[in-house]
Design a protein. Structure first.
Length: 353
């Protein structure tokens, strides 16, 4: 990652033009319908004829089947996001670089989960996305750690260090990863929000609007999970500051009453996008479909900002979300096929705009 630029010479027109071109190559709904009716080997051959060709050819001699697909997906994702950093200048570079730290958060959670579940090193590495600020060397050191406590210690000099150290005692007491994973998310979003000026200019204001939406959707997901779980947990412990939909105290009151929580979401700026999903939620036994609807609604909201402000950071962030979703959809298809799921079961796991 190149040194952060501090001037204001952002090249929005150039970068957004490149992003529009990249977005046009994303898989379509028809592509996904084809994939769910293939086997892993057929998916690999299909991907060799798409923009994943380079990664499939480079990795094909070392891996096969689902493993090949997984490694190719993550290598391609990192390539595209590093291209964004290579293209961008000025504030735009800074916005993108800060946001891509989400993959540092993803990688830390992946490594911790791997240790917790005794997963093999290769399985953990297949899920790493090398698009954040952590170097390959540092990721290798984290992956080599034998205990979660060792990972926490290695991260002591990063944005995740203090929050993870504080959450580690609760992890030891309860034996579940939720406190650690929540600490990672709050550290990432907290760093993003706290670094922004109190009176942002127009460009920064759009960045703030996007981040607030993502934080709101994360808080909605966490709140509904707590409401449905019946767990005796203070929801403010899982609240991420920086959104506009809830305060921590409001969430504490709403989480015990799903009807009021749903009504609050309906009256929010996201209510129209989530209307159908909220109807389903009120009668559903599971949160899975609603969580997929949340992901789809965030994609829709990011696209709305992109169309309203085409020469801004919004199209870039919307592309990042859409590219992530493509990778997650392909991964869900390949893993579903490997697990022997039927086509309609796999399609239920996909988020398609």
């Amino acid at each position: 990652m190149k040194a952060r630029v501090t001037d204001t010479s952002s090249n929005y027109e150039y970068v957004t033009a490149r992003v529009r071109s990249r977005r046009a190559s994303l898989f379509s709904e028809e592509d996904y319908r084809k994939l769910v009716r293939m086997g892993p080997g057929e998916i690999a051959r299909f991907m060799e004829e798409t923009e994943y060709e380079d990664e499939m050819n480079a990795l094909g001699s070392r891996f096969s089947g689902v493993d090949l697909i997984e490694f190719a997906l993550n290598r391609n994702l990192a390539k595209h996001f590093n291209d964004l950093l290579r293209w961008a200048d000025g504030k735009l570079y800074d916005y993108i670089a800060r946001y891509l730290r989400k993959f540092d958060a993803w990688n830390v959670k992946t490594i911790i989960r791997g240790i917790y579940s005794d997963a093999g090193r290769e399985d953990v590495e297949a899920d790493l996305v090398r698009a954040g600020e952590f170097s390959d060397e540092f990721l290798s050191r984290l992956t080599d750690a034998g205990e979660i406590e060792d990972v926490v210690e290695l991260l002591s000099g990063t944005i995740f260090g203090k929050p993870l150290a504080a959450a580690y005692a609760e992890y030891e007491e309860k034996g579940v990863l939720v406190p650690l994973e929540n600490a990672i998310d709050r550290a990432f979003y907290g760093t993003l929000v706290n670094a922004l000026p109190p009176e942002p200019d127009r460009a920064t204001g759009l960045y703030v609007e996007f981040l607030r939406a993502e934080i709101d959707f994360r808080n909605v997901r966490n709140a509904l999970r707590l409401a449905r779980s019946g767990a005796d947990v203070d929801p403010s412990e899982y609240f991420i500051e920086g959104g506009r939909l809830f305060s921590g105290s409001e969430l504490r009151q709403l989480v015990s009453n799903t009807d009021e929580l749903v009504a609050r979401i309906r009256d929010s700026p996201y209510g129209d996008d989530l209307s159908a999903a909220l109807d389903d939620l009120e009668t559903a036994d599971s949160l899975i479909a609603f969580e997929h609807a949340l992901d789809g609604a965030l994609l829709e909201y990011s696209d709305h900002l992109s169309h309203a402000f085409p020469l801004s950071v919004c199209p870039v962030l919307a592309y990042i979300l859409a590219k992530e979703r493509e990778v997650e959809n392909i991964r869900a298809i390949s893993r579903g096929l490997e697990a022997g799921l039927e086509a309609d079961e796999i399609e239920d796991e996909l988020v398609i705009q």
